[in-house]
Design a protein around this ligand. Structure first.
Ligand SMILES: NC(=O)c1ccc[n+]([C@@H]2O[C@H](COP(=O)([O-])OP(=O)(O)OC[C@H]3O[C@@H](n4cnc5c(N)ncnc54)[C@H](O)[C@@H]3O)[C@@H](O)[C@H]2O)c1
Length: 276
């Protein structure tokens, strides 16, 4: 499946940043969107942006262009109810994007356990849950699932080990779903630093440092990377690295994948679920 007019997408964290940019970009292709977020004002604003894009198209949708659902995605019952509502409104789920995430700098050695568990609950557990619920919703007709991981899937974060752990988990979970089948393609994006409200909780010098010394990824590049996955039916269980100063590329590269394969005693490759 690739992206087509009239499909519907379900986007966690769709009120802001990367989730919102993807909602608007999908709307440009005539896709209907359910925005899930904690932030109602920005969620309603994202709905308006999607409606504006639909109004620009000659396409006249028969169902709403977009709906907002206030939902804490770490609460499984709220997330389940949101999937049901999406189905009730749009009849089917074609695309699920798990973008809701936080960056708190929670230090596991110095802070209360609750602080770092919150990061894992949102950035990893809710992504797993959202992916599983999306697979349930798509199992009869296929679909696209995009999980937003990070450069910290493969670069250690010396000052935020829990964030890096959550993102590495998202990447490996996604890669391990390469053979999920049912016409469902699960992939992940691993962007470097993108200027979004994600950084509002960290000291401003950090963002200044990134801007001046490291480089920031343009949002257009993140959106283009997402669509390169959506539009390529061969992309399954892949992570796409989106750096600021180099072209977007699949991670890990083919050589690393080959090097880290596990071989059976007969010399053939052992892959997950491959028992003969
Ligand atoms: N901005 C970056 O540099 C960058 C780089 C790599 C990966 N990412 C990842 O991309 C994703 C989106 O980040 P962003 O930069 O767009 O940040 P953002 O802060 O702009 O967007 C995140 C959204 O998630 C929502 N959210 C937070 N907790 C929630 C919850 N419990 N339930 C529902 N919604 C919740 C927030 O309200 C917000 O609207 C995150 O997973 C982030 O880790 C961001």
């Amino acid at each position: 499946m690739t992206v087509e007019q009239g499909q519907s997408a379900f986007i966690t964290g769709g009120a802001s940043g990367i989730g919102r940019a993807l909602a608007v970009a999908l709307a440009c292709r005539g896709v209907h969107v359910t925005i899930l977020d904690l932030n109602s004002d920005q969620g309603e604003e994202a709905v308006r942006l999607v409606e504006e894009e639909h109004a620009r198209l000659s396409y006249k949708p028969s169902s709403p262009s977009a709906i907002f659902i206030r939902c804490d995605v770490t609460k499984s019952d709220e997330l389940a109810a949101a999937f049901t509502r999406h189905h009730d409104v749009f009849g089917r789920l074609h695309i699920c994007i798990n973008s809701a995430g936080i960056l708190t700098g929670a230090q596991p050695f110095h802070e209360h356990e609750e602080a770092w568990r919150k990061v894992i609950d949102l950035n990893l557990v809710a992504v797993i849950n959202g992916t599983c619920k999306a697979i349930q919703a798509m199992k009869d007709h296929g679909g696209l699932i995009l999980n937003i991981s990070s450069v910290y899937a493969y670069v250690p974060s010396l000052n935020d080990p829990i964030y890096a752990t959550s993102k590495a988990g998202v990447a490996m979970f996604t890669r391990s779903l390469a053979t999920v089948g049912m016409g469902i393609r699960v992939n992940a994006l691993c962007p470097e630093f993108v200027e979004t409200p994600l950084f509002s909780g960290v000291p401003s010098f950090f963002l200044d440092y990134l801007r001046d010394k490291v480089g920031l990824v343009e949002m257009e590049k993140v959106v283009a990377a997402a669509f390169s996955i959506f539009d390529d039916e061969n992309k399954v269980g892949e992570c796409l690295s989106v750096p600021a100063n180099r072209p977007t590329e699949v991670w890990p590269d083919e050589e690393s994948k080959r090097k880290n394969q596990i071989f059976k005693k007969d010399g053939s490759i052992f892959a997950a679920g491959d028992f003969d």
